[in-house]
Design a protein around this ligand. Structure first.
Ligand code: HEM
Length: 539
């Protein structure tokens, strides 16, 4: 009944002598340590066991879970060791409530077929021609909403969480369904506040606004998102996965999908048949049509994976990007110096907009390849609040000289040693053959690894200008290799447009201590528990 450790890989010896393995320790530590979540607990184990590779026992009668806490080795594993490691059950099971979509598949035939459907959506022409203008327009609506709120709230802070939920939801549905989706979560809120009415006052003096109802699809995405954390942290992930279809949340997900199929697919099929492409879904269906023609079959427009792709991708792109925008706003609110540096950098990048006392246009935004301080600020926020990646061993193999049996899951910790604390010393001979042949990555200075310091990403280029260096030090926020984040380019466009327009439009003023907690929600994506803002319009 006891866990079976993999020989030679460090573990908590008491846990190996208990049927429940590390579970009691995990539960106790998380309950008694403020702000410690699952990811943080994993990092703590590597530090406690003083090893870049260790194993924990979190699921009775299952293989140990491996924790890899070394940037070079983890990047190599995801980037180059694709024969040894693939997506695997940890992620695939956790996203079970979404139904089959590409992120759940190993990198085989079905994964490639689904990716072919999606291949137009991250191209520069789709991103620049469609996504950036639509995102820009939505951020302008957010600016309008926050102007209204500021007028009604006076000097009081107010919560930005629901508004950020709204805009990120609108952006994701527009990526797939364009203007054909019809309603907008932001517009509903703007509409509600257009009826002049002073907001209530909350416990800490904040203004509390009424909330417009969210769309059914929004709730379904959140229902599905909740199941990810539920399955990931379950003692019996496979059993939880089996039980989820019996829950009310799952039924809501299914009904939301049916609604999308009913309301969106027929219109999109019609557009594709008439040669029109005005939304992401049109490009997906066109790819299916082309594949069908090539293979001499009828297009499978009813394939439920098409809507599952929307569901999975919308979730993958919503909370992650929103979390990073929220943390960036928090860091800027906490440190007015950072905010001023960003504003200065933006003003130097768009001098005509300053001269004409207006916001930079979307065309100017797209012409500007880099605003180094903005890039650095976003990267630094991602470094401090990254998303976890995982891989499963597809055959018996080795990590850092230890035998790793087929089927073992390895968590590639993006926030432990190498990133936020000094790397473990590793004998080069223990490293994988592919790590040994490449130059070791630069390391972060050990004096301030945990602090928020965008400047660590800035260098002076040969022309004497300050430039952003994405390779200045370890960073794994989007993962690596063929299974790295599919939406990374879109995420950067969204984060940059949002911060540019928001910082240009408002001063983010200090908020009381009681409303400025830096705690994160104990869920898969590190979102701040709360985000309060107090604004002074600038234009
Ligand atoms: C700041 C925002 C984001 C962060 C930090 C982030 C992070 C990640 C990470 C760490 C992975 C796993 C990579 C791996 O296993 O190596 C991932 C996968 C993925 N992300 Fe993102 N992501 C973000 C935004 C987005 C957006 C905006 C979209 C969609 C528009 C998206 C879609 C996906 C998809 C579909 C996958 C699965 C890829 C696959 O299985 O091959 N993500 N993301």
């Amino acid at each position: 009944l006891y866990p079976t450790p993999i020989p030679g890989i460090p573990h908590n010896t008491a846990a190996a002598r208990s049927c429940l393995g590390d579970i009691p320790d995990l539960a106790r530590e998380i309950a008694s340590t403020p702000d410690l979540d699952f990811q943080g607990w994993c990092v703590k184990q590597t530090e406690k066991l003083k090893s870049p590779l260790c194993q924990v026992f979190l699921s009775p009668f299952s293989k140990p879970l491996l924790l890899l806490a070394d940037f070079d080795e983890a990047r190599d594993l995801a980037l180059r060791r694709t024969e040894d490691f693939d997506r695997g059950a940890f992620v695939s099971d956790s996203f079970g409530a979404f139904g089959d979509f590409h992120a759940r598949f190993d990198t085989g035939r079905q994964f490639k077929a689904n990716r072919r459907w999606l291949q137009d959506l991250m191209t520069p022409s789709f991103l620049n021609g469609f996504v950036a203008p639509s995102t820009y327009a939505l951020v302008l609506r957010l600016v309008e909403l926050w102007r209204n709120k500021t007028r009604l709230a006076g000097d009081r802070p107010f919560s930005a969480s629901a508004d950020l939920d709204r805009i990120n939801f609108d952006i994701m549905v527009r990526l797939f369904f364009g203007e054909h989706f019809g309603s907008s979560a932001l517009d509903s809120q703007i509409g509600l506040l257009s009826i002049e009415q002073s907001p209530d006052t909350g416990l800490h003096g904040e203004a509390v606004f009424p909330e417009a109802a969210f769309h059914q699809i929004f709730h379904a995405l959140h229902d599905a998102g909740r199941t990810v954390t539920q399955i990931m942290t379950s003692l019996w992930p496979k059993l939880t996965l089996r039980w989820i279809p019996w829950t009310a949340g799952y039924r809501r997900i299914q009904s939301a999908k049916k609604r999308l199929v009913r309301e969106q697919l027929p219109k999109a099929i019609e557009r594709v048949r008439s040669g029109e492409k005005s939304a992401g879904i049109d490009y997906i269906l066109s790819r299916e049509q082309a594949a069908a023609e090539q293979e001499g079959r009828k297009p499978d427009f009813d394939n439920e994976m098409i809507i599952n792709e929307f569901f999975g991708i919308a979730y993958a792109g919503m909370d992650t990007t929103e979390a990073n925008i929220s943390w960036a706003l928090k860091f800027m609110t906490k440190d007015s110096n950072v905010q001023e540096k960003l504003r200065q950098a933006l003003h130097s990048a768009y001098p005509l907009a300053v001269q004409e006392n207006r916001l930079p246009t979307v065309a100017e935004f797209l012409r500007t390849t880099s605003v180094p301080y903005l890039d650095a600020l976003l990267e630094e926020t991602l470094r401090l609040h990254p998303v976890l990646s995982a891989r499963d061993a597809t055959r018996d193999t080795e990590i850092l000289g230890h035998r790793v049996p087929k089927g073992s899951t390895v968590l590639l910790l993006p926030n432990g040693p190498s990133f936020l604390s000094p790397p473990f010393p590793i004998d080069a001979s223990q490293r994988s053959a592919t790590t040994r042949v490449v130059k070791p990555s630069p390391k972060w200075s050990e004096t301030d690894m945990r602090s928020f310091n965008p400047e660590r990403w800035l260098v002076c280029n040969p022309q004497g200008d300050i430039a952003f260096d994405a390779t200045a030090g370890p960073q794994s926020a989007f993962g690596h290799g063929v299974r790295a984040c599919w939406g990374r380019r879109e995420a950067y466009i969204r984060m940059k447009i949002a911060l540019t327009l928001l910082v240009w439009s408002f001063d983010f003023l200090e908020v009381p201590e009681s409303l400025s907690s830096m705690s994160a929600l104990p869920v898969f994506v590190h979102k701040p528990k709360e985000i309060f803002i107090r604004l002074r319009p600038r234009l």
